[in-house]
Design a binder for this molecule. Structure first.
Ligand code: AKB
Length: 314
């Protein structure tokens, strides 16, 4: 079947790389990038682009009507740190944006929908190490609350309407092509830029704050593998635990020092993001993703560090 794929939120950290990869696989003209902002030069020139605000349902309906997409990726969201600065907007965008896409996916019989969840669905009472797929989930950020509620809506639309929605709980994503979008894990990207520019970085998380992370190449590959998997292999219709590695600011700095020996890690005054990080898991058990659809990461801390520095130096 000829696929027509719509990516909403195409200008963000994930969207930028996902659109390029999907266009390689499905052809430039079959992947429609959509965002509220003017896109990057590359995205605009390699295929179709539409201005779309996911909260404007009529405009969104016109998009579904025009392209009759077989697949929709909904990436537009406010992340953990920016969400705390504007909780009502975060709830509105993360929740009503999802509901608009689920309704239209149902109305236009979209074959598959992708929606990202996050490790932010876990909270202070979730197990911290090797956090399992199913456990206590008590998120205390508006971002985490919206992701947890969104997971339940995805499962609801699957059971009630048979809509094939697939989802991954992303850890912190590390990439060099596009800027990160206002998350708590963003330090793990800023650190590379500052290491190369001035050999030191002032971190807003403490040295021993361990968080689950993943290099973007793994995240994009895993996302497309999940979407390509036969429906009967997708046993979880909430969202899959998913991880690549776990590290602290200190262990990341030590890895960077292997390439930039005079690199120094310093710390800022207490930042609200520390409390968010402290409420999240240190590591994730993603064995369901491995056994159901064969997930296996390729990047560990040392390979990710090498690739980040090599690509940013270019
Ligand atoms: C954030 O830090 O908010 C995101 C996430 C883990 O979902 N990177």
């Amino acid at each position: 079947m000829l696929e027509k794929i719509v990516v909403i939120g195409s200008n963000g950290q994930i969207g930028t790389e996902l659109v390029s990869e999907l266009r390689k696989v499905y052809g430039d003209g079959n992947v429609i990038a959509c965002d509220i902002r003017r896109p990057d030069y590359d995205i605009r020139n390699s295929g179709p682009f539409e201005f779309v605000n996911v909260l404007e349902k009529d405009i969104l309906r016109q998009l579904f009507q025009k392209y009759k997409p077989t697949q929709v990726y909904l990436l537009a969201a406010l992340l953990s740190a920016t969400g705390e600065q504007n909780p009502k907007l975060a709830w509105d965008l993360n929740m009503n944006g999802l509901l608009n896409v689920l309704d239209l996916g149902h109305e236009y019989k979209t074959s598959r929908i992708y929606w990202p969840s996050s490790i932010a669905v876990f909270g202070p009472n979730s197990p911290k190490d090797q956090t399992p797929q199913y456990c206590i989930m008590d998120p205390n950020t508006v971002y985490g609350i919206s992701k947890l509620a969104g997971e339940r809506w995805c499962e609801y639309y699957f059971h009630r309407y048979g809509l094939d929605i697939r989802s991954i709980r992303y850890p912190g994503l590390i990439s060099w092509k596009a800027a990160p979008g206002g998350g708590t894990t963003d330090y793990a990207i800023h650190i590379f830029h500052d290491a190369l520019k001035k050999s030191n970085y002032k971190c807003f998380l403490s040295a021993q704050t361990e968080l689950p992370m993943m290099y973007m190449d793994d995240a994009i590959r895993g996302t497309i593998e999940l979407m390509d998997a036969p429906a009967e292999k997708i046993k979880i219709r909430l969202s899959y635990n998913f991880t690549g590695m776990s590290f602290t600011p200190e262990s990341l700095a030590n890895e960077i020092k292997k390439h930039i020996p005079d690199f120094r890690l310093e710390f800022t005054e207490y930042d609200q993001r520390q409390a968010i990080a402290d409420s999240w898991p240190r590591s994730i058990n993603d064995s369901n993703a491995s056994s159901d659809w064969g997930w296996k990461p390729e990047f560990d801390l040392s390979k990710m560090t090498e690739y980040m520095l090599k690509n940013l130096r270019k």
